[in-house]
Design a protein around this ligand. Structure first.
Ligand SMILES: Cc1cc2nc3c(=O)[nH]c(=O)nc-3n(C[C@H](O)[C@H](O)[C@H](O)COP(=O)(O)OP(=O)(O)OC[C@H]3O[C@@H](n4cnc5c(N)ncnc54)[C@H](O)[C@@H]3O)c2cc1C
Length: 319
């Protein structure tokens, strides 16, 4: 119930206007967001790299409402690709298609996405397309197919295990094969299309993990790139120890080496666990969001773990 309310609030403009200017809320958000500026984010990324962690950078923003905003987001992403090249940080990028105007004009979104992927291809940097709510899944898959038709191989998708359709989508994507980040799913979806029970979502997650690992072995078990710019085919985006342990067991059984099983986690969540997996030899990539548009991202983090609300309240009393 609380999860549904928080997910509703994540897209409510009135709620955003109400809380974004409250200093204790932005202080709490800073646990999950690496700063409002690129300079602040770069510092965080350098520290993560120094600790042996790879990064994927998210310039926060979604559901842009004007063409100019979409164009400006695309410019920022191209800037970030050049920054990865300039600074030598071990990173790739993650973006959302509604940030590039998917809901405004699909052709505009394609042009902006295509340009970003071309720049990534020139610089040899991977571009991950995040998966948003179920209304965006078909168009995301369509645009990804267009990328594939151009033989651009520096991109991949996200699959959400809570959606019933994901088994079929994954089967198709693995035929290519596509680099996939597997996640549970962060949006409020109706029971007609998505599991509502955590145990069902977890079971589907393990099933999809198995499919991805088998496909990666068949494809030659390419490792994550040492310079951090490319993930391997299989990336598990979760903080759930049971899901990760299942993936590790399955990889051992199927003969997938540690270097070809990437674990991805969000900035600020289970940081000790991130480091311990990296020490065990797994590529661990931290999703690092930054920017001023942190409200919907932050609210989804609260919805995943309503106990985080106490964490916000504890910031009320800090200076
Ligand atoms: C790298 C990455 C990229 C992602 N990209 C997408 C995407 O493109 N599309 C999409 O729909 N979703 C995405 N997600 C979010 C994902 O769908 C889940 O909502 C989120 O990861 C929480 O689920 P979990 O797998 O960690 O499992 P859970 O069972 O929810 O959590 C397992 C444990 O992790 C810890 N934990 C989890 N979430 C939090 C939190 N918010 N605060 C504090 N502790 C927490 C807790 O200890 C919890 O017990 C992404 C997640 C990651 C890690």
């Amino acid at each position: 119930m609380l999860r549904a309310i928080l997910l509703y609030l994540s897209s409510a403009t009135w709620a955003r206007n109400l809380v974004c200017n409250l200093p204790f809320v932005s202080r709490a958000a800073s646990r999950f967001v690496a700063g409002e500026t690129w300079e602040q984010a770069l510092q965080v990324i350098r520290t993560l790299n120094d600790d042996g962690l790879l990064v994927t950078i998210d310039h926060l923003g979604e559901n842009t409402s004007t063409i100019e905003e979409a164009q400006s987001s695309a410019e920022t992403y191209r800037f970030l690709l050049h920054e990865i090249q300039r600074t030598g940080i071990k990173a790739s990028i993650s973006l959302k298609l509604t940030q590039l105007g998917l809901n405004l004009d699909q052709e505009l979104c394609w042009n902006l996405l295509h340009n970003i992927i071309l720049t990534g291809s020139e610089l040899d940097i991977f571009v991950r397309i995040d998966m948003e709510d179920s209304g965006a899944v078909d168009s995301t898959l369509d645009l990804f197919e267009r990328v594939n038709n151009e033989n651009l191989t520096n991109t991949g998708l996200v699959i959400q295990s809570y959606l019933y359709r994901s088994i079929e989508d994954t089967e198709k994507l693995l035929r290519i094969p596509t680099p996939i980040r597997l996640v549970k799913g962060a949006y409020n979806e109706p029971h007609e299309i998505a599991y509502r029970r955590k145990s069902d979502t977890d079971k589907a997650f393990d099933q999809l993990t198995g499919m991805m690992i088998k496909a990666a072995v068949k494809d030659g078990a390419r490792p994550a790139a040492e310079d951090g710019r490319y993930p391997p085919l299989t990336a598990l985006g979760t903080h759930d120890e049971n899901r990760i342990n299942y993936g590790i067991r399955m990889a051992k059984e199927e003969g997938l080496p540690e270097s070809a099983l990437e674990i991805q986690m969000l900035h600020g969540i289970r940081t000790e666990y991130q480091r311990s997996l990296a020490n065990d030899g797994y590529p661990v990539r931290v999703y690092v969001p930054y920017g001023t548009e942190w409200y919907p991202y932050f609210t989804r983090r609260l919805a995943e773990r309503p106990a985080n609300i106490w964490f916000i309240l504890s910031n009320l009393f800090k200076r």
